[in-house]
Design a protein around this ligand. Structure first.
Ligand SMILES: [Zn+2]
Ligand SMILES: [Zn+2]
Length: 270
C-alpha cells in the first residue's frame, strides 16, 4: 500500500511553526511515500482581511516545497498544494492564485463565517441552527463556483461545537448535504477524509461515516486522505484508519493529483 498524506501544513502557514523539513521527516518516519503541502490561503469579504495572504507568501511556500522535494527525493514525493478558504467570497482573487502557481492539488475549505474563524464562535443551543445554515450555504457556494480539486473537511463545524460540548451534525440536513455532493460529483470534484478530528474532542474524522456513504451513493469516487498535521508528530496520523473506512464503504481507490490533474495511476484499496 502506498501511504499518502494529502493535507499537511508547515511554518509558511500562519498557524504552524514547524519547518517543512521536519514535516517531511515525520512523513518518512510514518512510512508515508507522498505528502501534499497545503498551506492556507484565506479569502475574506474584503481585501483588508487578506493582508497576510499575498502572492509572495505562496512564492515562499513553493520554494520550500521545491527544496524539500529535491532533498528527500529518494524517500518521499513532496507535492505543492494549497488550502483555499472561502473562495466564493473573492472568486477573482482565488482564480488569480490558482492560475499563477504550479499547484499539484487545491483543497477548498470553509473556515470562516463573517470573517470570523469557526473556532471563534460561542456555540449554544440557540445559535446552532443559524450557524449550521450559514455553514452549509458557504459549502454550497464554494461547490457551485470554486476552482479546486477536493473539498476540505466537509463537516468541520462539528469540531468546534463539540469542543464546547454542543453537537452540530450535518446528518440532520440530509437533503442539503446530498445536494452538495451531487454538485461536487457533477463538477468532477472530490472530497477528502481529514483525520484531524480523531485527535480532537469530537473523536471522529471529517466527514463522518454517514456523510461518506452519502457521497458514495451520489456517485462520488474521488477521495483523498490527509492528517491536517501542523507539526511533525501528527503527519500520517489516522491515515490507515481512513483507508480502512473507505474500504468498508466500498470506495475502490484513493485519488492522487499532479499539476491539478487526477492521476489515472490510483492507489487501489485492498
Ligand atoms: Zn482547514
Ligand atoms: Zn488544513
Amino acid at each position: 500500500m502506498l501511504y499518502m498524506d494529502y493535507h499537511v501544513h508547515c511554518q509558511n502557514s500562519p498557524d504552524s511553526s514547524e519547518p517543512l523539513e521536519e514535516i517531511c521527516k515525520g512523513a518518512i518516519d510514518a512510512g508515508i511515500k507522498e505528502i501534499m503541502v497545503t498551506d492556507h490561503y484565506e479569502m475574506f469579504t474584503d481585501d483588508f482581511g487578506r493582508k497576510a495572504y499575498q502572492p509572495e507568501y505562496l512564492t515562499q511556500c513553493l520554494e520550500s516545497v521545491l527544496q524539500c522535494r529535491e532533498k528527500f527525493k529518494d524517500q518521499l514525493y513532496v507535492g505543492f498544494g494549497t488550502e483555499l478558504g472561502q473562495i466564493h467570497l473573492q472568486p477573482a482573487a482565488a482564480a488569480q492564485v490558482t492560475k499563477s502557481f504550479p499547484f499539484d492539488f487545491v483543497i477548498a475549505s470553509f473556515h470562516k463565517i463573517d470573517n470570523l474563524d469557526l473556532k471563534g464562535y460561542d456555540y449554544h443551543k440557540t445559535n446552532c441552527r443559524i450557524l449550521k445554515e450559514r455553514y452549509l450555504d458557504g459549502l454550497l457556494a464554494i461547490a457551485r463556483t470554486g476552482d479546486f480539486d477536493c473539498m476540505g473537511h466537509v463537516d468541520l463545524i462539528k469540531r468546534y461545537a463539540a469542543g464546547q460540548g454542543v453537537s452540530i451534525r450535518l446528518e440532520e440536513d440530509e437533503e442539503a448535504v446530498r445536494e452538495l455532493f451531487r454538485i461536487l460529483v457533477n463538477r468532477n470534484k472530490g472530497i477528502e477524509i481529514n483525520t484531524s478530528g480523531l485527535r480532537q474532542a469530537v473523536k471522529e474524522q471529517f466527514p463522518s461515516r454517514t456523510l461518506l456513504k452519502w457521497y458514495r451513493e451520489e456517485g462520488g469516487t474521488i477521495v483523498t486522505v490527509g492528517s491536517d498535521a501542523h507539526c511533525r508528530q501528527d503527519v500520517g496520523k489516522g491515515i490507515q484508519e481512513a483507508e480502512k473506512l473507505l474500504q468498508e464503504l466500498g470506495f475502490p481507490y484513493i485519488s492522487r493529483f499532479r499539476e491539478r490533474k487526477l492521476l489515472q495511476e490510483k492507489v487501489m484499496i485492498r
